[in-house]
Design a protein. Structure first.
Length: 72
């Protein structure tokens, strides 16, 4: 399968630079970016990965972009 033309590029997102919560882990922070990435170890499985920085700073965590919601 061909690599998508937008692979490993930033994807627009309505919550970019805003407080978000990762529904999978409960982690809260600022959405720093969403990137279209191949997450498969073999073959291809393309998903949008969200990068969340903790509110106080520190190391960003990742999750599927579909797992994030606005933090209240």
């Amino acid at each position: 399968m061909a690599t998508p033309h937008d692979a490993n590029q930033h994807v627009p997102h309505a919550l970019l630079n805003k407080p978000v919560r990762d529904l999978a882990s409960g982690t809260e922070g600022i959405l720093m970016g969403v990137v279209h990435e191949n997450v498969a170890t073999e073959g291809e499985r393309w998903v949008d990965i969200a990068y969340i920085r903790p509110a106080g700073g520190g190391i960003e965590t990742t999750t599927a972009a579909t797992n994030i919601v606005a933090a209240l």
